[in-house]
Design a protein around this ligand. Structure first.
Ligand code: GAP
Length: 509
Protein backbone atom coordinates (compact mmCIF):
# COMPACT_ATOMS: atom_id res chain seq x y z
CA UNK A 1 0.00 0.00 0.00
CA UNK A 2 1.11 3.49 -0.77
CA UNK A 3 2.91 5.52 1.85
CA UNK A 4 0.43 7.55 3.95
CA UNK A 5 2.13 10.90 3.25
CA UNK A 6 1.83 10.24 -0.46
CA UNK A 7 -1.89 9.55 -0.03
CA UNK A 8 -2.44 12.89 1.73
CA UNK A 9 -0.44 14.83 -0.86
CA UNK A 10 -2.17 13.08 -3.77
CA UNK A 11 -5.57 13.92 -2.24
CA UNK A 12 -4.57 17.58 -2.22
CA UNK A 13 -2.74 17.75 -5.54
CA UNK A 14 -5.60 16.16 -7.47
CA UNK A 15 -8.44 18.11 -5.84
CA UNK A 16 -9.88 15.52 -3.45
CA UNK A 17 -9.22 16.84 0.08
CA UNK A 18 -7.82 20.19 1.23
CA UNK A 19 -6.86 21.25 4.76
CA UNK A 20 -9.63 23.51 6.06
CA UNK A 21 -9.06 27.30 5.96
CA UNK A 22 -5.61 26.68 4.56
CA UNK A 23 -4.87 30.36 3.91
CA UNK A 24 -4.92 30.76 7.72
CA UNK A 25 -2.63 27.74 8.11
CA UNK A 26 -5.51 25.29 8.51
CA UNK A 27 -7.46 24.05 11.50
CA UNK A 28 -6.24 20.89 13.18
CA UNK A 29 -8.11 17.72 12.12
CA UNK A 30 -10.63 19.62 9.98
CA UNK A 31 -10.67 19.09 6.21
CA UNK A 32 -12.60 20.29 3.16
CA UNK A 33 -13.64 18.03 0.32
CA UNK A 34 -12.60 19.48 -3.00
CA UNK A 35 -14.15 19.17 -6.47
CA UNK A 36 -13.20 15.51 -6.99
CA UNK A 37 -13.44 14.52 -3.34
CA UNK A 38 -17.01 15.72 -3.04
CA UNK A 39 -18.00 13.59 -6.05
CA UNK A 40 -16.26 10.49 -4.66
CA UNK A 41 -17.91 11.07 -1.29
CA UNK A 42 -21.34 11.50 -2.88
CA UNK A 43 -20.89 8.31 -4.91
CA UNK A 44 -20.01 6.35 -1.75
CA UNK A 45 -23.02 7.84 0.03
CA UNK A 46 -25.31 6.99 -2.92
CA UNK A 47 -23.98 3.43 -3.10
CA UNK A 48 -24.76 2.99 0.60
CA UNK A 49 -28.20 4.64 0.30
CA UNK A 50 -29.19 2.56 -2.71
CA UNK A 51 -28.17 -0.70 -1.06
CA UNK A 52 -29.80 0.13 2.28
CA UNK A 53 -32.92 2.12 1.37
CA UNK A 54 -33.75 1.51 -2.28
CA UNK A 55 -33.10 -2.23 -2.16
CA UNK A 56 -34.85 -2.90 1.15
CA UNK A 57 -38.62 -2.49 0.94
CA UNK A 58 -38.67 -2.25 4.76
CA UNK A 59 -36.00 0.47 5.23
CA UNK A 60 -36.82 4.17 4.79
CA UNK A 61 -34.62 7.23 5.09
CA UNK A 62 -34.87 10.49 7.04
CA UNK A 63 -32.78 13.61 7.48
CA UNK A 64 -33.02 14.84 11.08
CA UNK A 65 -31.47 18.10 12.29
CA UNK A 66 -28.06 18.40 13.83
CA UNK A 67 -29.49 20.40 16.75
CA UNK A 68 -31.72 18.34 19.01
CA UNK A 69 -33.48 19.02 22.27
CA UNK A 70 -30.76 18.81 24.97
CA UNK A 71 -32.67 16.18 26.94
CA UNK A 72 -32.03 13.83 24.02
CA UNK A 73 -28.41 13.54 25.12
CA UNK A 74 -29.27 13.04 28.76
CA UNK A 75 -31.64 10.20 27.76
CA UNK A 76 -29.17 8.64 25.33
CA UNK A 77 -26.51 8.50 28.04
CA UNK A 78 -24.08 10.73 26.13
CA UNK A 79 -24.00 13.45 28.82
CA UNK A 80 -22.89 10.95 31.45
CA UNK A 81 -21.09 8.25 29.53
CA UNK A 82 -19.73 9.52 26.20
CA UNK A 83 -16.20 9.80 27.44
CA UNK A 84 -12.70 8.98 26.32
CA UNK A 85 -10.05 7.88 28.84
CA UNK A 86 -7.26 10.43 28.52
CA UNK A 87 -3.72 10.51 29.84
CA UNK A 88 -1.17 13.33 29.74
CA UNK A 89 2.55 13.02 29.41
CA UNK A 90 4.06 15.32 32.02
CA UNK A 91 7.18 16.07 30.00
CA UNK A 92 5.78 16.75 26.53
CA UNK A 93 2.46 18.07 27.96
CA UNK A 94 0.79 16.07 25.17
CA UNK A 95 -2.57 14.42 25.79
CA UNK A 96 -3.40 10.93 24.51
CA UNK A 97 -6.28 8.50 24.53
CA UNK A 98 -5.09 5.83 26.95
CA UNK A 99 -6.83 3.02 25.04
CA UNK A 100 -5.29 4.18 21.75
CA UNK A 101 -1.78 4.12 23.27
CA UNK A 102 -2.33 0.48 24.23
CA UNK A 103 -3.92 -0.39 20.87
CA UNK A 104 -1.02 1.21 19.00
CA UNK A 105 1.35 -0.88 21.11
CA UNK A 106 -0.57 -3.98 19.95
CA UNK A 107 -0.44 -2.65 16.38
CA UNK A 108 3.38 -2.79 16.62
CA UNK A 109 3.22 -6.44 17.68
CA UNK A 110 0.91 -7.07 14.73
CA UNK A 111 3.54 -5.53 12.44
CA UNK A 112 5.98 -8.10 13.79
CA UNK A 113 3.54 -10.86 12.81
CA UNK A 114 3.28 -9.37 9.31
CA UNK A 115 7.09 -9.33 9.05
CA UNK A 116 7.29 -13.01 10.08
CA UNK A 117 4.71 -13.85 7.41
CA UNK A 118 6.54 -11.89 4.70
CA UNK A 119 9.84 -13.59 5.64
CA UNK A 120 8.25 -17.05 5.59
CA UNK A 121 6.49 -16.36 2.28
CA UNK A 122 9.88 -15.58 0.73
CA UNK A 123 11.42 -18.71 2.24
CA UNK A 124 8.69 -21.16 1.23
CA UNK A 125 7.73 -19.65 -2.12
CA UNK A 126 4.57 -20.79 -3.93
CA UNK A 127 3.82 -23.58 -1.42
CA UNK A 128 3.38 -21.04 1.42
CA UNK A 129 0.03 -21.02 3.18
CA UNK A 130 -0.22 -17.88 5.36
CA UNK A 131 -3.30 -19.11 7.27
CA UNK A 132 -1.57 -22.36 8.27
CA UNK A 133 1.59 -20.45 9.19
CA UNK A 134 -0.36 -18.06 11.44
CA UNK A 135 -2.02 -20.90 13.32
CA UNK A 136 1.10 -23.07 13.78
CA UNK A 137 4.23 -20.92 13.94
CA UNK A 138 5.21 -20.67 17.64
CA UNK A 139 6.60 -17.14 17.37
CA UNK A 140 3.48 -15.82 15.64
CA UNK A 141 1.26 -17.65 18.13
CA UNK A 142 3.23 -16.06 20.97
CA UNK A 143 2.75 -12.58 19.52
CA UNK A 144 -0.97 -13.19 18.99
CA UNK A 145 -1.37 -14.50 22.54
CA UNK A 146 0.32 -11.35 23.86
CA UNK A 147 -2.03 -9.09 21.87
CA UNK A 148 -5.09 -11.01 23.06
CA UNK A 149 -4.04 -10.83 26.71
CA UNK A 150 -3.36 -7.09 26.55
CA UNK A 151 -6.60 -6.23 24.75
CA UNK A 152 -8.64 -8.43 27.05
CA UNK A 153 -7.25 -6.69 30.11
CA UNK A 154 -7.77 -3.26 28.54
CA UNK A 155 -11.38 -4.15 27.68
CA UNK A 156 -12.10 -5.42 31.16
CA UNK A 157 -10.53 -2.41 32.89
CA UNK A 158 -12.47 0.04 30.71
CA UNK A 159 -15.66 -1.93 31.26
CA UNK A 160 -15.19 -1.71 35.02
CA UNK A 161 -14.10 1.94 34.75
CA UNK A 162 -10.88 0.85 36.44
CA UNK A 163 -8.78 3.72 35.11
CA UNK A 164 -5.98 3.01 37.58
CA UNK A 165 -5.51 -0.38 35.93
CA UNK A 166 -5.42 1.22 32.47
CA UNK A 167 -2.56 3.40 33.72
CA UNK A 168 -0.90 0.35 35.31
CA UNK A 169 -1.11 -1.46 31.97
CA UNK A 170 0.54 1.47 30.16
CA UNK A 171 3.32 1.44 32.74
CA UNK A 172 3.77 -2.35 32.65
CA UNK A 173 4.04 -2.30 28.86
CA UNK A 174 6.58 0.53 29.23
CA UNK A 175 4.72 2.63 26.67
CA UNK A 176 6.54 5.90 26.09
CA UNK A 177 5.17 9.23 24.86
CA UNK A 178 5.64 9.24 21.04
CA UNK A 179 6.69 12.90 21.29
CA UNK A 180 9.10 13.05 24.25
CA UNK A 181 9.95 9.36 24.66
CA UNK A 182 9.28 9.72 28.39
CA UNK A 183 7.15 7.44 30.58
CA UNK A 184 6.17 10.16 33.00
CA UNK A 185 2.36 9.84 32.85
CA UNK A 186 -0.50 11.46 34.75
CA UNK A 187 -3.47 9.41 35.95
CA UNK A 188 -6.08 8.42 33.36
CA UNK A 189 -9.19 10.65 33.40
CA UNK A 190 -12.52 10.56 31.55
CA UNK A 191 -13.29 13.42 29.14
CA UNK A 192 -16.70 14.08 27.52
CA UNK A 193 -16.56 14.30 23.73
CA UNK A 194 -19.62 16.41 22.96
CA UNK A 195 -19.34 19.95 21.63
CA UNK A 196 -21.59 22.43 23.43
CA UNK A 197 -23.20 25.46 21.85
CA UNK A 198 -25.99 27.92 22.67
CA UNK A 199 -29.38 28.62 21.12
CA UNK A 200 -31.03 31.98 21.75
CA UNK A 201 -30.61 35.73 21.41
CA UNK A 202 -29.46 36.75 24.87
CA UNK A 203 -27.07 35.21 27.31
CA UNK A 204 -29.82 34.90 29.95
CA UNK A 205 -32.36 33.12 27.77
CA UNK A 206 -29.91 30.99 25.78
CA UNK A 207 -30.40 27.26 25.91
CA UNK A 208 -27.38 24.98 26.11
CA UNK A 209 -27.28 22.59 23.19
CA UNK A 210 -24.92 19.94 21.90
CA UNK A 211 -23.85 19.29 18.36
CA UNK A 212 -24.97 15.70 17.79
CA UNK A 213 -22.17 13.18 18.37
CA UNK A 214 -24.02 10.50 16.37
CA UNK A 215 -26.88 10.67 13.86
CA UNK A 216 -28.67 7.71 15.50
CA UNK A 217 -30.60 9.74 18.06
CA UNK A 218 -32.38 11.67 15.29
CA UNK A 219 -33.74 8.28 14.22
CA UNK A 220 -34.80 7.17 17.71
CA UNK A 221 -36.75 10.34 18.48
CA UNK A 222 -38.56 9.98 15.13
CA UNK A 223 -39.24 6.26 15.53
CA UNK A 224 -42.97 6.58 16.16
CA UNK A 225 -43.51 9.37 13.59
CA UNK A 226 -41.95 7.22 10.85
CA UNK A 227 -43.62 4.00 11.99
CA UNK A 228 -47.06 5.61 11.99
CA UNK A 229 -46.84 7.80 8.87
CA UNK A 230 -45.02 5.10 6.87
CA UNK A 231 -47.32 2.35 8.22
CA UNK A 232 -44.14 0.38 8.91
CA UNK A 233 -44.32 -3.15 10.26
CA UNK A 234 -41.59 -4.57 12.45
CA UNK A 235 -38.96 -5.60 11.42
CA UNK A 236 -38.15 -2.32 9.68
CA UNK A 237 -35.28 0.12 9.48
CA UNK A 238 -34.68 3.87 9.38
CA UNK A 239 -31.56 5.10 7.62
CA UNK A 240 -29.83 8.44 7.70
CA UNK A 241 -26.62 10.07 6.53
CA UNK A 242 -25.30 13.29 8.02
CA UNK A 243 -22.75 15.18 10.04
CA UNK A 244 -21.72 14.28 13.57
CA UNK A 245 -19.31 16.13 15.86
CA UNK A 246 -16.91 14.90 18.51
CA UNK A 247 -14.27 16.80 20.41
CA UNK A 248 -11.65 14.17 19.65
CA UNK A 249 -8.51 14.88 21.62
CA UNK A 250 -6.37 12.67 19.49
CA UNK A 251 -7.61 13.69 16.07
CA UNK A 252 -5.01 12.57 13.57
CA UNK A 253 -4.35 10.27 10.65
CA UNK A 254 -5.84 12.69 8.14
CA UNK A 255 -9.60 12.12 7.65
CA UNK A 256 -9.61 8.92 9.73
CA UNK A 257 -10.49 10.67 12.97
CA UNK A 258 -11.97 14.13 12.67
CA UNK A 259 -13.92 16.49 14.88
CA UNK A 260 -16.58 17.03 12.23
CA UNK A 261 -17.41 13.97 10.16
CA UNK A 262 -20.24 12.22 8.39
CA UNK A 263 -21.97 9.00 9.36
CA UNK A 264 -24.20 6.63 7.41
CA UNK A 265 -26.37 4.90 9.99
CA UNK A 266 -29.33 2.56 10.00
CA UNK A 267 -31.39 1.50 13.00
CA UNK A 268 -33.27 -1.75 12.48
CA UNK A 269 -36.27 -2.18 14.80
CA UNK A 270 -37.04 -5.77 15.76
CA UNK A 271 -39.07 -7.79 18.27
CA UNK A 272 -37.35 -8.38 21.65
CA UNK A 273 -35.57 -11.73 21.72
CA UNK A 274 -34.61 -11.71 18.02
CA UNK A 275 -31.57 -9.46 18.39
CA UNK A 276 -28.96 -12.23 18.12
CA UNK A 277 -30.14 -13.41 14.69
CA UNK A 278 -30.55 -9.88 13.32
CA UNK A 279 -27.15 -8.86 14.66
CA UNK A 280 -25.52 -11.78 12.82
CA UNK A 281 -27.58 -11.05 9.70
CA UNK A 282 -26.51 -7.40 9.57
CA UNK A 283 -22.89 -8.28 10.21
CA UNK A 284 -23.03 -10.51 7.14
CA UNK A 285 -24.92 -8.02 4.96
CA UNK A 286 -22.64 -5.15 5.78
CA UNK A 287 -19.45 -7.12 5.16
CA UNK A 288 -20.88 -8.22 1.86
CA UNK A 289 -21.55 -4.55 0.95
CA UNK A 290 -17.89 -3.76 1.55
CA UNK A 291 -16.71 -6.80 -0.38
CA UNK A 292 -18.90 -5.87 -3.36
CA UNK A 293 -16.51 -2.98 -4.03
CA UNK A 294 -13.77 -5.46 -4.88
CA UNK A 295 -11.09 -4.20 -2.49
CA UNK A 296 -9.98 -7.68 -1.40
CA UNK A 297 -11.42 -9.97 1.25
CA UNK A 298 -8.05 -10.08 3.00
CA UNK A 299 -8.33 -6.36 3.81
CA UNK A 300 -11.36 -6.79 6.11
CA UNK A 301 -11.88 -8.49 9.43
CA UNK A 302 -14.35 -8.44 12.30
CA UNK A 303 -13.33 -7.27 15.75
CA UNK A 304 -15.76 -8.24 18.48
CA UNK A 305 -15.92 -5.71 21.32
CA UNK A 306 -14.85 -6.69 24.81
CA UNK A 307 -15.87 -3.30 26.17
CA UNK A 308 -19.45 -2.56 25.19
CA UNK A 309 -20.92 0.93 24.89
CA UNK A 310 -23.52 1.79 27.51
CA UNK A 311 -26.37 0.92 25.10
CA UNK A 312 -25.15 -2.40 23.63
CA UNK A 313 -25.43 -6.12 24.45
CA UNK A 314 -23.16 -7.09 21.52
CA UNK A 315 -20.97 -5.08 19.19
CA UNK A 316 -18.43 -5.68 16.45
CA UNK A 317 -16.36 -3.52 14.15
CA UNK A 318 -15.68 -4.24 10.53
CA UNK A 319 -12.01 -3.33 10.38
CA UNK A 320 -10.18 -2.37 7.21
CA UNK A 321 -6.47 -2.56 6.52
CA UNK A 322 -5.64 1.14 6.34
CA UNK A 323 -2.05 2.20 5.55
CA UNK A 324 -1.48 2.35 9.33
CA UNK A 325 -2.93 -1.11 10.02
CA UNK A 326 -6.32 -2.72 10.64
CA UNK A 327 -8.70 -0.12 12.13
CA UNK A 328 -12.43 0.33 12.63
CA UNK A 329 -14.37 1.23 9.51
CA UNK A 330 -17.92 0.36 10.54
CA UNK A 331 -19.66 -0.55 13.79
CA UNK A 332 -22.51 -3.02 14.12
CA UNK A 333 -24.26 -2.79 17.47
CA UNK A 334 -27.08 -4.68 19.11
CA UNK A 335 -28.48 -1.68 21.01
CA UNK A 336 -31.23 -3.56 22.89
CA UNK A 337 -34.25 -1.36 23.79
CA UNK A 338 -31.97 1.04 25.66
CA UNK A 339 -32.52 4.16 23.56
CA UNK A 340 -36.27 3.93 23.01
CA UNK A 341 -36.92 2.98 26.65
CA UNK A 342 -34.79 5.80 27.87
CA UNK A 343 -36.51 8.33 25.57
CA UNK A 344 -39.85 7.03 26.88
CA UNK A 345 -38.69 7.67 30.41
CA UNK A 346 -37.26 11.15 29.79
CA UNK A 347 -40.05 12.39 27.47
CA UNK A 348 -42.97 10.74 29.20
CA UNK A 349 -44.22 9.64 25.73
CA UNK A 350 -44.85 6.02 24.82
CA UNK A 351 -42.51 4.74 22.11
CA UNK A 352 -44.04 1.33 21.64
CA UNK A 353 -45.24 -0.84 18.83
CA UNK A 354 -48.30 -3.03 18.73
CA UNK A 355 -47.26 -6.32 17.16
CA UNK A 356 -50.32 -7.95 15.58
CA UNK A 357 -48.56 -11.32 15.33
CA UNK A 358 -47.66 -11.42 19.01
CA UNK A 359 -50.78 -9.49 19.95
CA UNK A 360 -48.79 -7.30 22.35
CA UNK A 361 -47.23 -3.89 22.77
CA UNK A 362 -43.50 -3.65 23.26
CA UNK A 363 -40.54 -1.32 23.01
CA UNK A 364 -38.66 -2.64 19.95
CA UNK A 365 -35.07 -3.81 20.14
CA UNK A 366 -32.58 -2.30 17.72
CA UNK A 367 -29.63 -3.48 15.65
CA UNK A 368 -27.59 -0.61 14.30
CA UNK A 369 -25.15 -0.40 11.41
CA UNK A 370 -22.93 2.69 11.46
CA UNK A 371 -20.20 3.49 8.98
CA UNK A 372 -18.15 6.68 8.79
CA UNK A 373 -18.38 8.19 5.32
CA UNK A 374 -14.99 9.89 5.65
CA UNK A 375 -13.41 6.65 6.85
CA UNK A 376 -14.97 4.86 3.91
CA UNK A 377 -13.51 7.55 1.66
CA UNK A 378 -10.07 7.00 3.18
CA UNK A 379 -10.39 3.21 2.84
CA UNK A 380 -11.29 3.45 -0.84
CA UNK A 381 -8.76 6.18 -1.63
CA UNK A 382 -5.81 4.59 0.17
CA UNK A 383 -6.53 1.15 -1.30
CA UNK A 384 -6.89 2.60 -4.80
CA UNK A 385 -3.71 4.71 -4.91
CA UNK A 386 -0.68 2.87 -6.26
CA UNK A 387 2.52 3.30 -8.22
CA UNK A 388 2.80 0.83 -11.08
CA UNK A 389 5.90 -0.13 -12.99
CA UNK A 390 5.01 -0.70 -16.62
CA UNK A 391 6.53 -3.15 -19.07
CA UNK A 392 8.79 -0.49 -20.56
CA UNK A 393 10.20 0.28 -17.09
CA UNK A 394 8.36 3.59 -16.70
CA UNK A 395 6.01 4.18 -13.79
CA UNK A 396 2.49 5.49 -13.56
CA UNK A 397 0.40 6.71 -10.62
CA UNK A 398 -2.92 4.94 -10.68
CA UNK A 399 -6.02 5.63 -8.60
CA UNK A 400 -7.81 2.33 -9.09
CA UNK A 401 -11.16 3.45 -7.67
CA UNK A 402 -14.08 1.06 -8.03
CA UNK A 403 -15.55 2.40 -11.30
CA UNK A 404 -18.97 3.23 -9.85
CA UNK A 405 -17.34 5.43 -7.18
CA UNK A 406 -14.98 7.34 -9.48
CA UNK A 407 -15.70 11.12 -9.53
CA UNK A 408 -15.41 11.20 -13.32
CA UNK A 409 -16.43 8.12 -15.24
CA UNK A 410 -15.29 9.08 -18.73
CA UNK A 411 -12.78 11.56 -20.14
CA UNK A 412 -13.27 12.60 -23.74
CA UNK A 413 -10.00 13.60 -25.39
CA UNK A 414 -9.55 15.00 -28.90
CA UNK A 415 -6.14 13.90 -30.17
CA UNK A 416 -5.36 17.46 -31.30
CA UNK A 417 -6.99 20.83 -30.78
CA UNK A 418 -7.80 21.32 -34.47
CA UNK A 419 -9.17 19.70 -37.64
CA UNK A 420 -12.69 19.50 -36.22
CA UNK A 421 -11.72 16.93 -33.52
CA UNK A 422 -12.73 19.12 -30.52
CA UNK A 423 -16.18 19.59 -32.06
CA UNK A 424 -16.75 15.83 -32.36
CA UNK A 425 -15.41 15.32 -28.82
CA UNK A 426 -17.68 18.01 -27.36
CA UNK A 427 -20.70 16.58 -29.16
CA UNK A 428 -19.91 13.12 -27.69
CA UNK A 429 -19.46 14.63 -24.24
CA UNK A 430 -22.85 16.31 -24.54
CA UNK A 431 -24.45 12.97 -25.46
CA UNK A 432 -22.83 11.08 -22.58
CA UNK A 433 -23.37 13.66 -19.84
CA UNK A 434 -27.02 12.64 -19.35
CA UNK A 435 -25.93 9.29 -17.93
CA UNK A 436 -22.41 9.83 -16.61
CA UNK A 437 -19.98 12.32 -15.08
CA UNK A 438 -17.81 13.23 -18.09
CA UNK A 439 -14.68 15.37 -18.38
CA UNK A 440 -13.17 16.99 -21.45
CA UNK A 441 -9.45 17.59 -21.83
CA UNK A 442 -7.55 18.85 -24.85
CA UNK A 443 -4.36 20.15 -23.19
CA UNK A 444 -0.97 18.36 -23.60
CA UNK A 445 -0.04 15.18 -25.46
CA UNK A 446 -2.61 12.43 -25.22
CA UNK A 447 -0.24 10.14 -23.25
CA UNK A 448 0.07 12.78 -20.53
CA UNK A 449 -3.68 13.24 -20.48
CA UNK A 450 -4.14 9.48 -19.97
CA UNK A 451 -1.73 9.64 -17.01
CA UNK A 452 -3.64 12.52 -15.49
CA UNK A 453 -6.94 10.65 -15.77
CA UNK A 454 -5.27 7.53 -14.27
CA UNK A 455 -4.23 9.62 -11.26
CA UNK A 456 -7.77 11.01 -10.95
CA UNK A 457 -9.25 7.52 -11.06
CA UNK A 458 -11.23 7.98 -14.30
CA UNK A 459 -12.03 4.42 -15.47
CA UNK A 460 -12.48 5.17 -19.20
CA UNK A 461 -10.96 7.54 -21.74
CA UNK A 462 -12.33 8.04 -25.23
CA UNK A 463 -9.99 9.49 -27.83
CA UNK A 464 -11.23 11.20 -30.96
CA UNK A 465 -8.67 11.16 -33.78
CA UNK A 466 -8.56 11.72 -37.53
CA UNK A 467 -9.80 8.20 -38.19
CA UNK A 468 -12.97 9.14 -36.28
CA UNK A 469 -13.77 11.64 -39.01
CA UNK A 470 -13.35 8.96 -41.66
CA UNK A 471 -15.07 5.89 -40.18
CA UNK A 472 -16.99 7.13 -37.12
CA UNK A 473 -14.94 5.01 -34.65
CA UNK A 474 -13.16 6.09 -31.47
CA UNK A 475 -10.55 4.61 -29.13
CA UNK A 476 -11.86 3.38 -25.79
CA UNK A 477 -9.11 3.03 -23.17
CA UNK A 478 -9.47 1.08 -19.95
CA UNK A 479 -7.72 2.68 -16.95
CA UNK A 480 -6.63 -0.55 -15.25
CA UNK A 481 -5.45 -2.66 -18.21
CA UNK A 482 -4.51 0.35 -20.37
CA UNK A 483 -5.91 -1.68 -23.26
CA UNK A 484 -7.32 0.35 -26.12
CA UNK A 485 -9.99 -0.85 -28.49
CA UNK A 486 -11.55 0.71 -31.52
CA UNK A 487 -15.31 0.95 -31.22
CA UNK A 488 -18.08 2.54 -33.27
CA UNK A 489 -19.04 6.00 -32.09
CA UNK A 490 -22.72 5.10 -32.03
CA UNK A 491 -22.10 2.03 -29.82
CA UNK A 492 -20.04 3.81 -27.15
CA UNK A 493 -22.96 4.92 -25.05
CA UNK A 494 -24.36 1.35 -24.82
CA UNK A 495 -20.93 -0.12 -23.98
CA UNK A 496 -20.33 2.40 -21.19
CA UNK A 497 -23.85 2.15 -19.79
CA UNK A 498 -23.28 -1.58 -19.37
CA UNK A 499 -19.79 -1.24 -17.83
CA UNK A 500 -20.87 1.50 -15.41
CA UNK A 501 -24.24 0.08 -14.45
CA UNK A 502 -24.46 0.28 -10.64
CA UNK A 503 -26.91 -2.64 -10.72
CA UNK A 504 -24.13 -5.05 -11.60
CA UNK A 505 -22.29 -4.06 -8.40
CA UNK A 506 -25.28 -3.95 -6.10
CA UNK A 507 -26.37 -7.41 -7.23
CA UNK A 508 -23.24 -8.97 -5.74
CA UNK A 509 -24.21 -7.91 -2.21
N1 GAP B 1 -24.20 5.41 16.44
C1 GAP B 1 -23.13 4.57 16.78
C2 GAP B 1 -21.84 5.22 16.66
O1 GAP B 1 -21.74 6.42 16.47
P1 GAP B 1 -19.25 4.74 16.63
O2 GAP B 1 -18.53 3.42 16.59
O3 GAP B 1 -18.87 5.72 17.67
O4 GAP B 1 -20.80 4.36 16.74
C3 GAP B 1 -19.56 4.79 14.05
O5 GAP B 1 -19.13 5.44 15.22
C4 GAP B 1 -18.61 5.05 12.90
O6 GAP B 1 -18.45 6.45 12.71
C5 GAP B 1 -17.21 4.51 13.11
O7 GAP B 1 -17.12 3.15 12.74
C6 GAP B 1 -16.38 5.40 12.21
O8 GAP B 1 -16.41 4.91 10.88
C7 GAP B 1 -17.12 6.72 12.25
N2 GAP B 1 -16.46 7.66 13.18
C8 GAP B 1 -16.58 7.70 14.53
N3 GAP B 1 -15.83 8.71 15.03
C9 GAP B 1 -15.24 9.32 13.98
C10 GAP B 1 -14.34 10.43 13.84
N4 GAP B 1 -13.94 11.14 14.89
N5 GAP B 1 -13.92 10.77 12.59
C11 GAP B 1 -14.33 10.08 11.51
N6 GAP B 1 -15.16 9.02 11.58
C12 GAP B 1 -15.62 8.65 12.79
Amino acid sequence: MTDFKKIISHAKEYGFVFPSSEIYDGLSAVYDYAQNGVALKKNIRDYWWKSMVQLHYNIVGIDASIFMHPTTWKASGHVDAFNDPLIDNKDSKKRYRADVLVEDYCGKIENKIDKEITKAAKRFGAAFNPEEFKTTNPRVLGYQEKINTILKRLGQSLEKEDLADVKALIEELEIACPESGSRNWTDVKQFNLMFGTKLGASAESAMNLYLRPETAQGIFVNFLNVQKTGRMKIPFGIAQTGKAFRNEIVARQFIFRMREFEQMEMQFFIPPGTQKEWYEEWKKTRLSWHLSLGMGEENYRFHDHEKLAHYADAAADIEFKFPFGFKELEGIHSRTDFDLSSHEEFSGKKLQYFDPERNENYVPYVVETSVGLDRMFLAVFSWALREETLEDGSTRTLLKLPAILAPTKIAVLPLVKKDGLPEVAKKLMDDLKWDHAVAYDEKDAVGRRYRRQDALGTPYCITIDHQTLEDQTVTLRDRDTMKQERVALDSISGILNEKLDIKNWLKSI
